[in-house]
Design a protein around this ligand. Structure first.
Ligand SMILES: [Zn+2]
Length: 766
């Protein structure tokens, strides 16, 4: 059945250096080239006849090698002790490392130092079964901490303890003769004085051998002993120390053993887990980012369970290291302060002055408002604002759990403060007072706003309260700081797109639509455009909800749908007020969109936004909303999709040489066909790829600030035709690409190549 090719030209000799286990037999041979795990074939000179032979990998179960240039790496990284059985029926006791797994098979290294073969490569197809053999004893023994004899002895003691009956424990404890006890029991049972099923302890009490207390004492001792683990026995008998056991357990669970005295946990990591949790679980968060958290534990055996809980709480992947429990206790003591100190500390941490704050809402005095709460809430409002948070989340825990304060910064939430549970009701009441809400209404959602003055700036917070489980209420505060427009050169447009955009917005008429989900920076882009054309010769009206960016020269209007002043209403009013340019916050309905198109056709330049995912989809959506394809295709200037991505921290980002797979992934993200057409290979040669690190400046996150990626669809003749013919999103997308559009992902990849952000950010947002 062999499909192997025979070749009679014999080249090269030398000592056979590999032992090949085939599905159908075995061969001793010499490799013709160093073994490569990703090759499909193996070319060898057979020892028995000196002939060259090529085996396809699927005929091979495993290849044992005498020397392997990778052997040391394999050995160093190998953790799992495995028993591998191949299809040909042999068993191998080897160590396996995760890093040494390949598409077609995996490496193992032999434990037995006398074995002339050091490493072995198993093909996936050739493995019949594999079994993990991570015994704590084996690890201790390998580390030279205990001898095999000691271990055997302890294990047999351990088994004895497990099997010991209560009678024996009592006998030992009270110097009673075991035989005597059993004799008494037998006699009593014979005499029919006690039922067969009676418990030994009861019998002993009944026969006045021991007292009730003595029995309870013995039961307690026994349950303690039965719960004892082998490790504990080894420590008790002074064979190993507790730290040695822990380090062995760390190896067993493939976790790193660390010395906490040499490590400094990051503030953000500490803030990510509350005190009550770390003290209860005896863990210590060390560092991490928004994807993962590194946590020290002294109970490696429980790490999987604890990890599940922590992952649920933090919504991050949890990585563990192991540290002695006395170090963890000391660190918790050192880094976590007690509840009563905590609020004062939190207030202290946010060191901005509060004196400048003056509420403009007319809050009535309520008895329960104590000065700590007032100070705390004011500090949080200012703290979040000064950290550029877009939202503040107040999330009271149930029962004795604390209230968690999270800020959303650069698009992602993170825990900022943890307020002891005694304060949670008062905090919510205070927020409701400040935003003029009914503090007695705790079962219905309410909305309001808080306006404060801080350093001559008016900061507005849109408040939403929502009843949550356990009789709590959550509050979310959206921070609306009046800000200035960003110059068009700084919003993240590529030089090419910038030229196009400047040209588009300088036209006298048309419709320019910015698209993307909430929080993708659409309003910022439109204001930058308005800023660029904001000259005395143009009359510019804007209708927004809310007005977040103010510009001198614009006439800005805040719409208020509750009193019937809608975008549609504002639009009509603008058209009567001799405008050149109109910005309408959002095309929420068909009427608004229709009016915008009409305005464009009558010689106005209209800017607006809509919630769609990409530029081509927007055109289809608007036609579906009931726009007349002909007038819409005439009115439209461009649809611009965008997303915000985080910028790699300038202070700590570092250059790296991408691996082959990473280059492939970038190319794949860009779209392989267009990668060629756009001659991206050239740009790639000059790539300045950067990766994130994390430093003090970026709070160990590795990102700081955000920029936008864009997809600019221009309404060319071809697109116009497409709209009129009601082309599909996909058809319009292809047309646009042929007309020079770069998709969001393409623009993103270019920013990755320029070292502005990284691929994971691009893939996160689109
Ligand atoms: Zn940094």
């Amino acid at each position: 059945m062999s499909t192997a090719k025979n070749n009679n030209t014999s080249t090269g000799t030398g000592e056979p250096n590999v032992f090949i286990e085939l599905v159908t037999g075995k061969e001793l041979a010499t490799l013709r080239q160093p073994f490569q795990p990703d090759k499909n074939e193996l070319e060898v000179i057979l020892a028995r006849n000196g002939k060259k032979r090529v085996y396809p990998l699927f005929e091979i179960c495993c290849i044992q090698q005498k020397e392997d240039p990778n052997h040391n790496t394999i050995l160093r990284n190998a953790h799992d002790l495995m028993e591998i059985e191949t299809l040909s029926g042999t068993k191998h006791l080897v160590r396996i490392a995760k890093e040494q797994r390949f598409q077609k098979g995996f490496y193992g290294s032999y434990l037995d130092l006398d074995n002339p073969y050091k490493s072995v490569f198993f093909t996936h197809l050739g493995v019949k079964s594999s079994r993990q053999l991570n015994f704590l004893g084996t690890i201790l023994e390998e580390q030279g901490l205990v001898s095999r004899e000691t271990l055997q002895e302890v294990i047999s003691d351990y088994n004895k303890i497990k099997k010991k009956r209560i009678g024996e424990t009592i006998a030992q404890r009270h110097n009673l003769d075991q035989e005597k006890i059993e004799k008494v029991i037998r006699q009593m049972q014979k005499a029919g004085r006690i039922p067969q099923t009676a418990r030994v302890g009861d019998i002993l009490i009944a026969s006045n051998l021991i007292s009730q207390e003595q029995l309870e004492d013995a039961i307690a001792q026994q349950s303690r002993e039965k719960n004892k683990k082998i490790g504990a026995l080894l420590i008790e008998r002074n064979h190993i120390t507790a730290d040695q056991l822990l380090s062995a357990l760390a190896i067993k669970f493939q976790l790193e053993f660390v010395n906490l005295d040499e490590m400094e946990p990051s503030q953000s990591a500490l803030a990510s887990l509350p005190f009550h949790l770390v003290s209860q679980m005896q863990i210590l968060p060390l560092n991490g980012n928004e994807d993962h958290l590194l946590v020290a534990t002294s109970k490696p055996a429980e790490h999987a369970e604890v990890g599940d809980i922590l992952r649920f709480i933090t919504n991050r992947r949890i990585k563990f290291v192991v540290a002695p429990s006395h170090q963890i206790t000391a660190a918790i003591e050192k880094y976590y302060t007690r509840d009563d100190q905590k609020v004062e500390d939190i207030i202290g941490e946010m060191s901005e002055e509060v004196a400048g704050i003056e509420e403009t809402s007319d809050a009535t005095d309520v008895d329960e408002t104590d000065s700590t709460i007032i100070k705390l809430i004011n500090k949080i409002l200012i703290d979040a604002y000064s950290k550029d948070a877009s939202d503040i989340h107040l999330e009271p825990g149930t029962g004795r759990d604390p209230l968690i304060v999270r800020y959303r910064v650069d698009g992602l939430c993170h825990i900022s403060h943890e307020i002891p549970p005694t304060y949670k009701r008062a905090m919510l009441s205070r927020i409701k007072i400040m935003s003029n809400l009914d503090i007695t209404e705790r079962r219905k959602p309410q909305s309001g706003k808080i306006i404060i003055r801080y350093r001559d700036k008016k900061v507005e917070y849109r408040v939403e309260t929502t009843p949550t489980v356990g009789g709590n209420e959550d509050a979310v505060l959206r921070v609306l700081a009046k800000s200035k427009p960003i110059p068009i050169e700084k919003i993240g447009l590529s030089p090419r797109d910038q030229e196009i955009f400047k040209n588009l917005v300088s036209r006298p008429a048309g419709v320019i639509i910015c698209v993307g989900p909430t929080g993708s920076g659409k309003t910022t882009t439109l204001h930058s455009a308005l800023n660029y054309i904001n000259t005395p010769d143009r009359k510019i009206w804007t209708a927004e909800d809310p007005v977040e960016i103010t510009q001198k020269g614009l006439r800005q209007v805040q719409v208020n749908p509750r009193i019937g002043f809608t975008f549609q209403e504002a639009m009509r009013s603008f058209l009567r007020s001799d405008p050149d340019v109109i910005m309408i916050g959002e095309m929420r309905d068909r009427e608004t969109a229709k009016t915008a198109i009409e305005a464009s056709l009558t010689g106005h330049l209209v800017f607006s936004t809509i919630h769609t995912n990409n530029a081509p989809e927007t055109l289809v959506r608007l036609v579906e909303m009931g726009m007349d394809p002909i007038s819409f295709s005439e009115a439209l200037t461009a649809a611009i999709a965008q997303r915000l991505v985080r910028i790699l921290c300038e202070k700590c980002k570092k250059s790296f040489k991408p691996k082959k797979e990473e280059c492939e992934e970038l190319k794949l993200t860009y779209g392989p066909d267009w990668f060629e057409k756009h001659e991206m290979a050239k740009a790639f040669e000059k790539a300045k790829l950067k990766q994130r690190v994390g430093c003090k400046d970026c709070d160990q996150v590795g990102y700081r600030g955000r920029t936008a990626i864009y997809e600019m669809l221009l309404n060319t003749t071809a697109i116009k035709q497409g709209i009129k013919e009601k082309a599909s999103t996909e058809e319009l997308r292809l047309l646009a690409l042929e007309n020079g559009m770069r998709t969001l992902r393409m623009d993103g990849v270019e920013k990755v190549i320029d070292g502005v952000t990284d691929l994971s950010e691009i893939l996160r947002v689109c």
